[in-house]
Design a protein around this ligand. Structure first.
Ligand code: AMP
Length: 421
C-alpha cells in the first residue's frame, strides 16, 4: 500500500483515495518518510510534482498522531503569493475534510482584516500565509505560535526574490524550539542554502528538480522574433491553431498584459487578464472562469506563474521571456498538470538569445527552434547564438515530436533545432 503511513489516519487516507491517487509521486516517495521521521528537509521540486501533498499528508498525520490540543496553529505554511496560499489551503481542506476539528486558516494581503481576525479567533490547526500579512497579524498579537510543530516554506526561492527573507526570519524566531522545518525551493542557490542554514538543523537534501522526468510530458519550442510586431504576428498565427486548448500567455508587464488582452479580445478570442494590480476578487474570478472553461486565453504576468493548478491548460506561450529565468520552469509548469500532455512555446528576441542556453540547462533539454513560413526572423539565427557555444554542424538525435508538433510540421514545414553545445 503506497500511502500505508496513512493507515493510522484513515480519515486522510479516505480523501487521498477519493482524489484518485494510486501511487506517490517521486517527491512524495522521497520526502514523506523523512518528514515522518521528524527530519528537517530542503527539497527541490517543481510545482506540479505533487509537493503540496508531500508536506500536507505527513503534517496531517502528525496532527492526528502526536499533536495535543491547544489554541493556535500546529502547522504553519509560508508561501510567496496569494494564489499559492489559496491553492495550498484548498488542498489542506481537501485532505483534512474527514478529520474531526481540523480547520485551515488562510491569510494573505489584499483581503479584509475583519474576516481574517474572526477566523483567527476560533480554534484552527493549519495556517497558510504570505509573510507580510502574517507579520501584520503577529504584531497585533493575534497569533499564538506556541503549538507549532511543523514549519513549511513553500517556493522559498520565490520568497527570497520577493524580499521576504527578513519577514520569514522574523516569523521563524517566534516559533517554539524543536519545530520541524520543511523547505521547498525550485533551486538550491546560495541565498537558499544560507536561509536553510539559519532555519534548519542538518537538513536532508532532496533534489528532484532539473530532472528531465518532470518535463517529459511538456513539449517545448522557441520561435525567434525580431521585435514586438513580429511577436504579435506569431501569436496571431499560433492561437487559432491551438484554439481548442486553454492557453496562458505570459508577458513582462501589467500594462502590456492589459494591452495584449484587449487586442486579443478585439481579434475575437475569449480572454482573461491576470496581474498584480487587479483586485483579489477579480483575480479569483478570472481563475475560476478559466477553471470552468469560460475563458480560452489568460494573459498574465508572473504573478500567475505559481499556484495556478488547472488541468485543462494545454499551452503556455511565453510572449516575453521571464526576467528571472527560473520562472520559466514555473510558467511552463502551468501546463502538463497531473501528468497530462502540455506544450510550452516561447518567443525569443535577439536581445534574449543568451537565455536559450540557460533554458536548455534549466530543463535539461535541447532547445527546439521552430519557424513559420512567411514569419521567419529577419536576423539570421547564426548571429543569435552566444559566442563560443555554436552547435552548428553537430549531429543531433532527432527530436521526438508530440502530436502538436507533428501536426504543426506538416502545416508549417520542419522546425530547426539548435541549443546547448
Ligand atoms: P502540486 O505539485 O502540489 O501543485 O500538485 C500538482 C497536482 O498533482 C495536484 O493537482 C494534485 O492534486 C496532484 N497530485 C498530488 N499527488 C498526487 C498523486 N500521488 N497522484 C496523482 N496526482 C497527485
Amino acid at each position: 500500500m503506497p500511502f500505508s503511513f496513512l493507515n493510522s489516519v484513515p480519515e486522510v487516507l479516505k480523501s487521498v483515495v477519493e482524489s484518485g491517487y494510486v501511487t506517490p509521486t517521486p517527491i512524495q516517495e522521497a520526502a514523506i518518510p523523512k518528514i515522518l521521521e521528524g527530519q528537517d528537509i530542503l527539497a527541490s521540486a517543481q510545482t506540479g510534482s505533487g509537493k503540496t501533498a508531500a508536506f500536507l499528508l505527513p503534517a496531517l498525520h502528525k496532527i492526528k498522531v502526536t499533536a495535543k490540543s491547544g489554541f493556535g496553529p500546529k502547522v504553519l505554511i509560508l508561501v510567496p503569493t496569494r494564489e499559492l496560499a489559496m491553492q495550498v489551503a484548498s488542498q489542506a481542506v481537501k485532505y483534512s475534510k474527514y478529520m474531526d476539528r481540523v480547520t485551515t486558516v488562510c491569510l494573505y494581503g489584499g483581503a479584509p482584516y475583519p474576516t481574517q481576525n474572526r477566523q483567527l479567533s476560533r480554534p484552527y490547526e493549519i495556517l497558510v500565509a504570505t509573510p507580510g500579512r502574517l507579520i501584520d497579524h503577529m504584531e497585533r498579537g493575534r497569533i499564538d505560535f506556541s503549538q507549532v510543530k511543523t514549519l513549511v516554506l513553500d517556493e522559498a526561492d520565490r520568497m527570497l526574490d520577493m524580499g521576504f527573507v527578513k519577514p520569514v526570519e522574523q516569523i521563524a524566531a517566534k516559533l517554539p524550539e524543536g519545530v520541524q522545518t520543511v523547505m521547498f525551493s525550485a533551486t538550491f542557490e546560495p541565498a537558499i542554502l544560507k536561509l536553510a542554514k539559519t532555519l534548519m538543523k542538518d537538513p536532508c537534501h532532496i533534489n528532484l528538480a532539473g530532472t528531465t522526468k518532470k518535463h517529459e510530458n511538456i513539449e517545448q519550442a522557441l520561435y525567434y522574433a525580431d521585435n514586438l510586431p513580429h511577436k504579435l504576428k506569431l501569436i496571431n498565427h499560433l492561437l487559432p491553431t491551438i484554439q481548442s486548448q486553454q492557453t496562458i500567455v505570459f508577458v513582462a508587464t501589467k500594462f502590456f498584459a492589459e494591452e495584449l488582452g484587449e487586442k486579443l479580445r478585439e481579434d475575437g478570442f475569449s480572454v482573461g487578464v491576470l496581474h498584480g494590480d487587479l483586485h483579489q476578487r477579480q483575480r479569483t474570478r478570472t481563475i475560476q472562469q478559466m477553471r470552468e472553461g469560460k475563458i480560452a486565453i489568460l494573459v498574465a504576468t508572473d504573478v500567475a506563474a505559481r499556484g495556478i493548478d488547472i488541468s485543462t491548460i494545454g499551452y503556455v506561450i511565453n510572449f516575453d521571456l521571464p526576467a528571472n529565468i527560473e520562472d520559466y520552469i514555473h510558467r511552463i509548469g502551468r501546463t502538463g498538470r497531473a501528468e497530462a500532455k502540455g506544450t510550452a512555446l516561447s518567443f525569443v528576441l535577439p536581445k534574449d538569445s543568451h537565455l536559450v542556453d540557460k533554458i536548455g540547462a534549466l530543463t535539461n533539454k535541447e532547445a527546439v527552434i521552430l519557424t513559420i513560413p512567411g514569419l521567419e526572423p529577419a536576423v539570421k539565427e547564426r548571429t543569435l547564438k552566444p559566442k563560443g557555444k555554436s552547435s552548428f554542424g553537430k549531429r543531433r538525435p532527432p527530436f521526438k515530436a508530440g502530436p502538436f508538433f507533428k501536426k504543426e510540421r506538416k502545416q508549417f514545414g520542419e522546425g530547426r533545432r539548435f541549443g546547448r553545445g
